[in-house]
Design a protein around this ligand. Structure first.
Ligand code: PMT
Length: 433
């Protein structure tokens, strides 16, 4: 595949060298396009030595087969910009084409992945946020920046994602490209049919409702669409599926569906269904707190609510799971998304954590679409670009299938994962949220 690697002028431009090397190693033809500012941070000679194609000098350079400002974009299978500075994002969002990189971005119909990098104040500025939202609404894939050390000794959110995350995102949007080094995601398409045949899969969905009194509840915005889509997709791939749902959506065809309302009911249903399962996916948005006392009669006037944590169902499942069972959690975040998710992955003791940035347009609660990053306990990170919740479900199941051991799991032994005892204690105390 032909990939244009755009590099704009930020200190993290040095990481683009590694992105270039990894894409070439994965068998792709890479043409680096550097802005004038990028050339102040990294040398053209470095990219020329690593890339498969020479670095074009600019808009006016004649290219084999056409003129540079349109030829590169027209011929590309994907364009990735790493780093994408605030200035580059603004020019791209505004449709400017005053250098070779922005002209290439306008001339392409291939998928585009941008990897913003800037200081925290700039990243949080409403102008930048609007430009990123505009680009997302046009289908551009955004690999969000991470938190850490920034230029000038500052700390905060804005550091460009690591090369392996960026490369995984590019390969994910290319779809049929070779699997990124260090990830286990299976190819899509025909390989999916029947690949969960004979497996037992348990999925939770929807937002639990914690009663204040017979009339009012504490709940959240989860519709259950994502969890139901996972149950449907697993059934279509041949699994026997149990769906434990707090949503009012219709039961998917061929799926054993258990209706629950509260976190306590979901905890009991999940513990019972999961004990024999090969795969457990907690896509539900469990209410984090519930009233300590739920009134038996309708409350009149304004009650003084005393809240207590609900049981941490996922940590409990991790603590009691059988060896070989693949356990998947979800995380809904609005800031420092990847950092928080990485911590959650470890705290919850899961194999995979599917991370939603629920503040991103078209992603998270209630939408028919979603965009997630799938983090693996083995260090992998895979961006699943904006698509239907069914498409996201299949990507999650691809990652699950790649982690299932051949044959059936050991249903006879007790909790078998490192740290299980400690997590069981945390789950009871509600400490692992
Ligand atoms: O239902 P939709 O409208 O389609 O929206 C989908 C979704 C955004 C709800 C879903 O994709 C999602 O992100 N679900 C998890 C939301 C959530 O509760 O995230 P969290 O970061 O608060 O929890 C982390 C994990 O712990 C989750 O797997 C959750 O199920 C689990 N948990 C949380 C609290 C608790 N008491 N027990 C749990 O098991």
């Amino acid at each position: 595949m032909r990939i244009v690697l755009g590099v704009s002028g930020g200190v993290s431009a040095f990481k683009a060298v590694e992105v270039c090397r990894r894409l070439v190693d994965a068998g792709h033809r890479v043409t680096p396009v550097l802005t004038d500012a990028a050339r102040r941070f990294v040398g053209v000679a470095t990219f020329s030595a690593l890339a498969s194609d020479p670095v074009p000098s600019g808009l006016w350079e004649p290219l084999e087969g056409g003129i540079a400002h349109t030829r590169l974009g027209q011929a590309a299978d994907a364009v990735v910009v790493a780093p994408a500075t605030a200035d580059l994002l603004a020019r791209y969002a505004a449709g400017l084409a005053d250098d070779l990189l922005t002209a290439t971005l306008l001339a392409t119909s291939a998928p585009v992945v941008v990897c913003p990098a800037m200081h925290t104040e700039m990243w949080e500025h409403p102008a930048v946020a609007e430009n990123v939202a505009t680009l997302r609404s046009r289908g551009v894939h955004v690999v969000p920046p991470e938190s850490g050390r920034l230029a000038g000794g500052d700390e905060g959110t804005g550091r460009m994602a690591e090369p392996e995350t960026i490369v995984a995102a590019v390969l994910a949007v290319l779809g049929s490209g070779p699997a990124p080094a260090g990830t286990h995601d299976a190819p899509s398409g025909a390989a999916r049919t029947g690949d969960l045949s004979g497996r037992e899969v348990v999925v939770s969905a929807g937002g639990t409702r914690e009663a204040i009194d017979p009339v009012r509840v504490i709940t959240n915005r989860s519709s259950g669409k994502q969890g139901h889509a996972i149950a449907e997709a697993a059934a279509a791939r041949g699994a026997r599926v149990t769906l434990v749902t707090a949503s009012g959506l219709p039961a998917p065809a061929g799926v054993h569906t258990v209706r629950v309302e509260s976190a306590a009911e979901m905890a009991a249903a999940m513990a019972s269904a999961a004990s024999d399962a090969d795969v457990v996916v907690m896509a539900a948005a469990v209410a984090d707190w519930r009233p300590k006392v739920s009134a038996l009669q309708k409350v009149h006037g304004v009650p003084e609510l005393v809240l207590e944590p609900t049981p941490d169902i996922l940590a409990g499942l991790a603590a009691s799971r059988r060896p070989g069972q693949v356990l998947v959690g979800f995380a809904a975040e609005t800031e420092d998304v990847i950092e928080r998710a990485k911590r959650k992955l470890e705290q919850k003791g899961v194999d995979l954590l599917v991370v939603n940035d629920v503040s991103a347009p078209g992603a998270g609660f209630e939408h028919d679409t979603n965009e997630v990053t799938i983090l693996g306990a083995d260090g992998t990170s895979t961006l699943v670009p904006l698509g239907s919740k069914r498409q996201v479900a299949d990507s999650v199941l691809d990652a699950v299938v790649a982690r299932l051991r051949p044959g059936t799991l050991d249903r006879g032994s007790g909790p078998g994962t490192p740290g299980a005892e400690e997590r069981a204690g945390q789950a009871r105390r509600g400490e692992s949220r």
